[in-house]
Design a protein around this ligand. Structure first.
Ligand code: GLN
Length: 501
């Protein structure tokens, strides 16, 4: 893309083009920040942000400008980004979408936030998300977005009556609407891939353990993983490279592997690449428009020299019950820290300690969070542990083994991110199962800890974006990103903007 510094087009620049323009001093970090802050103000009705502090962003931008003046070549120097409100930040409040954390301000930055800042990034604000990242539509946020005094759903920029996906719905909507050039998200069971797919942008969840979870408000610790959302695979590579790396003093589950340049394979030939198509991902429940879009991109891959191989992931359906036992079990344990003593909300009127705990948690948590705490407590309780939790763990292992079996026959796995396009706000009503079932294609990779991404694959029902999911074996992020990049050189879905943005 040619670099234009005309302010009206700044938001069309990719992260890498912006970084280059900043390094070449064609624009200042402060100019870039002002431009995106103005767009965020203009499109406040999307409800994408839970916190902004324009002066804090400007101060960060001025510091980046001083470093640029000193000749800094940091990869993201001066580039404005925004963070899902599940990452704790010193300069902005953090709520994780929950009343429980209303007014909370962390004394430190999450490792991922810190690493991006070290790479030069400026923070534009905190992005809306489902409460404690529990959800598939961003309809579970309990915090009023910037500009509103009551909670409301994030809108999908492609059709404001539809959900942006979840739980990183604010991140995906803001990137798709060009309010930010890139954003962070977290993916426990699909929360980067699915909203990226629903909003027509690119997102990657790396191998479990690649990015530190320190300062990421915990949902299900054996699954939670951070990753970027941006418009292109190239940008995701740039952002992911800055986000990952060991964090030995703070997160023992962060892998002891050095940071990598995930863009190092970009442009490599796909000749002979074996792309596995799991039979179970193309079954009857798949919306015809989604299927047609996915088939179209698979044809592109064949033109690029890849070979399509039929494979099977026989336990795909079991991923839903297994995930919805393990994730709530871990959540019920993680959320016990919100007791009104250490963090955030505390009930005003109570008689004794037990009463304070009860009222604080009854007032602070939303319905979906309470549902998960109850399910999690149940499956972990004496007498049910063996029947549910232990059984789920065994099947989790089998699901991971199924992938290893499949990777004997293919190099990458491809399929849809979700069985349908984004649904209407309110369409699933009070039926949490409808949301859970829509996670079917993202959960298996999450349970196995594999890297996965969503790549724009065209449009399906109602003209809504469709995401192609690519799943790689452990540590194959660079290969995944190159496969996405090659598709993006052959297609222009990732460059299309929703009308009005
Ligand atoms: N939709 C899934 C859930 O509600 C996944 C959420 C996530 O990845 N954070 O748990």
């Amino acid at each position: 893309m040619s670099i234009s510094t005309a302010p009206s087009e700044l938001h069309e620049l990719s992260v890498s083009a912006l970084a280059q323009a900043l390094r070449e001093r064609k624009l200042s970090a402060l100019e870039a920040t002002e431009h995106f802050l103005a767009r965020m103000r203009q499109h406040q009705d999307l409800a994408a942000f839970l916190a902004v502090d324009e002066d804090a962003s400007r101060a960060q931008a001025r510091r980046a400008d001083a470093r640029l003046a000193g000749g800094s070549t940091a990869p993201l120097e001066g580039v404005p980004l925004a963070h899902k409100d599940i990452f704790v930040t010193r300069d902005f409040p953090t709520t994780a979408g929950s009343r429980m954390l209303a007014g909370y301000r962390s004394p430190f930055d999450a490792t991922v936030v810190h690493k991006l800042a070290e790479a030069g990034a400026v923070t534009l604000g905190k992005l809306n998300c489902d409460e404690f990242a529990m959800g598939s539509a961003n309809e579970n946020s309990a915090v009023p977005p910037v500009g509103f005094d009551a909670p409301r759903p994030v809108q999908n920029p492609w059709d404001r009556a539809r959900v942006p996906g979840g739980s990183s719905g604010g991140s995906a909507a803001a990137v798709a609407a060009r309010l930010v050039p890139g954003a962070t998200g977290t993916d426990t069971g699909g929360s980067i891939r699915q909203p990226a797919g629903f909003c027509g942008i690119t997102g990657i969840k790396p191998t479990y353990g690649r990015a530190s979870r320190y300062g990421m408000v915990a949902f299900a610790s054996s699954l939670d993983q951070a990753g970027p959302l941006a418009r292109t695979a190239e940008d995701c590579a740039l952002l992911l490279s800055a986000m990952c790396g060991p964090d030995p003093d703070r997160d023992s589950t962060a892998l002891d592997r050095p940071a990598e340049d995930f863009g190092r394979q970009l442009g490599a030939s796909l000749d002979g690449l074996r792309i596995g198509l799991p039979r179970e991902f193309f079954a009857d429940g798949l919306a015809p428009g989604v299927r047609a879009a996915i088939d179209g991109t698979l044809k592109e891959y064949e033109k690029l020299g890849a070979r399509l191989v039929p494979i099977s992931l026989p336990r795909t359906e079991l991923a839903i019950p297994v995930y919805y036992i393990i994730a709530p079990a871990e959540a019920s344990s993680n959320l016990s820290r919100f007791d009104g003593v250490k963090f955030g909300h505390r009930a005003k009127d109570y008689t004794d300690l037990m009463d304070m705990y009860k009222k604080t948690r009854a007032e602070g948590f939303g319905d979906e969070v309470k549902r998960r705490i109850m399910i999690g407590t149940y499956v972990l309780s004496h007498g049910y542990y063996d029947a549910y939790y232990l059984q789920a763990q065994k099947i989790r292992r089998m699901i991971a083994d199924d992938f290893q079996q499949a990777f004997q026959e293919c190099d990458l796995i491809a399929g849809p991110v979700a069985p349908s396009v984004a649904w209407k706000i309110g369409e699933h009503g009070n039926d949490p199962l409808a949301d859970y079932l829509a996670d079917i294609f993202t959960l298996p990779g999450s349970l196995a800890g594999l890297p996965g991404m969503s790549v724009p694959a065209g449009f399906g029902e109602h003209g809504m974006p469709v995401g192609l999911q690519l799943i790689g074996n452990y540590f194959q992020e660079a290969r995944l990103l190159n496969a996405a990049h090659r598709l993006q050189q052959a297609t222009d879905f990732h460059l299309r903007s929703p009308a009005g943005f």
